[in-house]
Design a protein around this ligand. Structure first.
Ligand code: AMP
Length: 558
């Protein structure tokens, strides 16, 4: 990377964040940087989507929606939420479906009714699904037939709305019947910027998933940060953006991230809704299907977790005419290998590729880069965004020496308020407005950020976070299990995989154990490698499980 490049990027950054720019950044009353011209409520932020009118917006199976049709359905559902389901401001509306248009309509309707949408991990086992719906005390849950079948044990206070089929249980609502209201009956809510706008469940280090609650302002800041990134890419890599503009194609994204994940929700769905982009939704991830869709639907942008990107760009058809319209490629969700980054740059050298670093708790905001900046430093995650302050060190008031690696703390106007009804867990990660990420990294002399390690005890398999403690708690519920240690193993396909060592006094079969866990945990969290120990697991003098020692003894890895 040349010094000239670096100074041109700095100049573009300064110009874009200058007080006269739409992306002006100023400190808020507590000194945290924010985009001062960003919308203040999610309702306001999403209404701009109406201006895209008759342009195509969504495509899934045989369903098609223009922006007008999408908003019409969302308005009808807003009216139904308010008038048929008596939803009031602040009520939680859970969404438990695979990616499909009704997911997004339910989300917008919940926002417009003043409720708090709660996307639920649709890969959850029944217990996990019921836990999340119960934990957030959902007034309504929208579900598809697969999730409906899991919801038999739900508390009666939660109304259930089923898409795609007639409900079997008395009192449940069918989607088509709710959509008989007229759009004019909807009364758009008017929340305050500090009112909660969103709860996203995330697997942390302490067992069960926790709901990260973000207010309207934080969510809007995160959305606006995406637009800042687009503007910065255009200013610094115009030659990479121009082919898309000159193609005359409507920017079209292949939606592969799950919508319950921060990347799918913000950078794909909500970003497209504001920006007039089309979303083509895959039924489920399948690389051949993805390539057919890119070809047939003239997909212009693809973003995915490294596992998906790896399958896609190593496929023999990727270098063919099938991907001729694919002008932009983005990585997110977890670390990408150097080999994957090299291949990405080699196979589409002129694409607007990029990557970033963020998490559920900051609504995806952290650091990011694309275009020429990404090409110059693919192994970095880019500059921290202008609404983010970073401290590397053991605590935010004790920064490590410049350039040294250490725990990463972030302070940003896109940060969550805390975990839903979990003050202790909130206190464990928030300190005077600083968020403890549990990741390790450093900033180089040019201010570029590098992620080097992870302290928190999670496993990120194909972009999905898995709490090691949650898996340990689950297996220890088995009456024959004395103790267990769950840890990460490197995996060629998913980046990381779940491994487990179990100690039991009696003979236990792996099949029995797996069947026991499969009833309680989502399939992606199940261990793919299990060892049985003949003796209790190594513990320190104070009784703390020595996981690193156990891992070394059984897997032979540090
Ligand atoms: P989630 O809340 O599911 O989005 O997961 C956030 C976590 O994923 C971060 O705290 C990191 O541990 C990891 N992560 C996200 N992006 C990256 C990246 N570019 N490089 C390394 N780790 C990442």
């Amino acid at each position: 990377m040349s010094t000239a490049d670096m100074s041109a990027w700095r100049q573009a950054w300064a110009q874009l964040t200058h007080e006269a720019s739409p992306f002006a950044v100023t400190p808020d009353h507590t000194g945290v940087p924010e985009f001062s011209k960003a919308p203040r409520t999610l309702i306001d932020a999403l209404q701009v989507g109406r201006a895209h009118g008759a342009k195509p917006f969504l495509q899934w199976q045989d369903q098609r929606y223009t922006f007008d049709e999408f908003f019409r359905a969302a308005d009808q559902l807003t009216a139904a939420l308010q008038k048929d389901l008596s939803i009031r401001a602040g009520d939680r509306v859970a969404i438990a479906m695979r990616n499909r248009p009704e997911w997004m309509i339910a989300f917008l309707a919940a926002v417009q009714a003043g409720a708090i949408p709660v996307p639920v991990n649709s890969w959850s086992a029944t217990e996990e699904l019921l836990y999340a719906i119960d934990d957030c005390d959902a007034a309504v849950v929208f579900c598809d037939p697969q999730r409906y079948a899991q919801l038999t044990g739900l508390e009666a206070e939660t109304a259930v709305v089923l898409v795609d089929a007639e409900p079997q249980r008395v009192g449940d609502y069918s989607w088509p019947k709710l959509l008989t209201r007229t759009p004019e009956e909807a009364e758009l809510a008017s929340p305050a910027p500090q009112d909660p706008a969103l709860i996203l469940y995330t697997s942390g280090t302490t067992g069960r998933a926790k709901g990260a609650v973000s207010n309207n302002k934080a969510v809007c800041q995160a959305l606006y940060a995406l637009e800042f990134q687009g503007a910065f890419a255009y200013m610094t890599s115009e030659e990479r953006v121009r082919p898309l503009i000159e193609s005359g194609l409507q920017p079209t994204l292949l939606l592969a991230f799950p919508l319950f994940h921060v990347s799918g929700l913000f950078s794909q769905f909500l970003g497209a809704l504001r920006g007039g982009r089309r979303l083509v939704i895959l039924y489920k991830w399948d690389v051949d299907q993805a390539l057919n869709t890119i070809r047939d639907e003239k997909v212009t942008q693809f973003a995915g977790v490294p596992t998906m990107m790896q399958q896609l760009i190593h496929h023999e058809r990727f270098a063919s005419e099938d991907t001729a319209t694919l002008f932009a490629l983005g990585l997110g969700g977890s670390a990408a290998s150097t080999a994957l980054l090299a291949r990405l740059l080699e196979i589409k050298p002129m694409a607007l590729s990029g990557s970033g670093y963020g998490m559920t708790e900051t609504n995806g905001v952290g650091a990011a880069h694309s275009g020429n900046q990404f090409v110059a430093h693919p192994e970095s995650v880019g500059w921290p965004l202008p609404l983010v302050q970073v401290v590397i060190g053991e605590s935010p008031d004790k920064p490590a020496a410049a350039g040294t690696s250490g725990p990463i703390w972030l302070r940003t106007s896109a940060l969550m308020d805390g975990y839903w009804k979990k003050p202790d867990e909130t206190r464990a990660v928030l300190q005077d407005g600083w968020y403890y990420t549990g990741d390790v990294g450093y900033l180089d002399a040019d201010g570029m950020m590098f992620i080097t390690d992870r302290i928190k005890d999670i496993i990120i398999r194909g972009g999905e976070n898995i709490s090691a403690v949650e898996v340990e708690h689950c297996v220890c519920e088995h009456p024959e299990v004395e103790e267990a240690a769950v840890f990460m193993l490197p995996d060629a396909v998913y980046g990381e995989s779940v491994a487990m060592v179990v100690y039991s006094r009696n003979v236990l079969s792996e099949a029995d154990l797996m069947a026991f866990m499969a009833e309680r945990l989502a399939a992606y969290k199940l261990p793919t490698r299990i060892w049985f120990s003949d003796e209790p697991l190594q513990r320190s003098a104070t009784g703390k499980l020595q996981k690193a020692e156990v891992k070394k003894a059984f897997a032979g890895l540090d």
